[in-house]
Design a protein around this ligand. Sequence first.
Ligand SMILES: *Cc1c(COP(=O)(O)O)cnc(C)c1O
Length: 506
Amino acid sequence: MDSIKHNLSLVHQSIADACTTHNCEKISVNLLCVSKTKPEDLIKQAYACGERHFGESYAVEASEKIQSLKAQGYNDIVWHFIGPIQKNKTKLIAANFDIVESVDRDIVAKRLNDQRPDELPALDVLVQVNISHEDQKSGCEESDIDDIISCINSLPKLRLRGFMGIATDTTDKALIESEFAHLKALFDKYKTKFDNFDILSMGMTHDLDLAIKHGSNEVRIGTAIFGAREYKNKVTMNEQKIAFIGGGNMATCIFESIVKSFDVKNITVSGPHLEKLEKFKAKGASITTDNVAAIKDAQVIFLGVKPQILTSVLQELSASGVNLSDKLFVSMAAGFKLSSISNLLKTHKLIRIMPNTPAKLGLGVIAVTYDTEVTDEQKTLCKTMLSHMGTCIEGDENNLNVIGAVCGCGPAFVYRFMEALITEAIRHGISEQDARKMVEQTVFGSVNMVIQNQDTTIAALREAVTSKGGTTFAGLTKMTEGNFEKIMENTIQASLDRTYEFEKMF
Ligand SMILES: *Cc1c(COP(=O)(O)O)cnc(C)c1O
């Protein structure tokens, strides 16, 4: 948390310094946090520091993050699309973004207009102008600006807001300055012609100061806030061969997460009944009934069979003659300890994971624990594979059991609580349908209050709803009398005790 906060304060300071140095204090410079390739978690940290403008360059990756964050209640982020636009991505961009800064040709403008969903307001757009004349950089030529602008202005679902430009990536300050100065002059010229033409987006981490000097009112900063970008190396990703033994519910959920960033052609799923594996085949994976064939060339093997069957599967693998020592095994069998697996497989490259059911929506908690020989690279690989399922919490094996009781069983406890609230609403005359809606929204709203107020304790949030002697107070008093905390203590203890009984069985 602290480093993002620290970085942001430095960036805000650089902006303020630049404004002072160049006598442009009167211009308010908007900070656009460029979060491309960065995980949701870092976006949430910047959000918690008060940032609301985020920039993304890859339509698919960005749309997943945007939808996931919206589902978690982050509804007031202004999402800027700043990357080159492929025609086949305009639909995703039109549906998910609030402003598109990289419009550089008519066809893109038309498609964004046609594909902007009716229920959303007009899409703000900037025209990206090619000021650097480096070949690969996108942006329209100056001579095309008039045509593109008249095209945008003829489209009802687009609203022209200004220009965006990227200067040459060079240490030659004079060149950078001349490019920014040129775009500023163009901006001033068009500003007089149109209403709402008020955004001049220029400046990145390395040229922020020069951009502000030349009149930028929006800087797009990535590296200085989130650190250097690590591009997922498609080659090594593609080289990862992955096997699943067992194709049940959790295996399916993990499979769905993996295929979002890995090549499905390298995945093999094995199980006793081929017809049950057809859904994996339909997505492009190989399927087989032969466990040994499935794992032979795989670097990562997910063990997704029931604990009762796992022993015999592990015996089969260990007797197969295949060298297992370089392979990473990831087990999702509950109650099956690392030591039980390593005894059978004779390797300590093992990871145990325990996802809870909301992982199906990408909103899960995944408890992760590592055996002694798992490398840092393999840890990262595993977390990348699970990244579309939710938040990973790492801990030792004992923690895993606790996380299992609290988060694995937790959804059922929460459902039970919701069922009880619904029953009471109905008892007092509310229709079943309304009762469900009411309770759903109450829980969703409360959870979001918790998420969006990280600096406030949950107790303080509770107290804010509770005035002494009031209605909530009367209700909570009954919970105390009914020994609610003791009930939860016994609930978690019972789940844990059962886990320990399972561990003894395998
Ligand atoms: C990535 C990107 C940025 C951020 O660059 P940093 O150097 O990381 O600050 C800004 N603008 C555009 C168009 C980008 O693609």
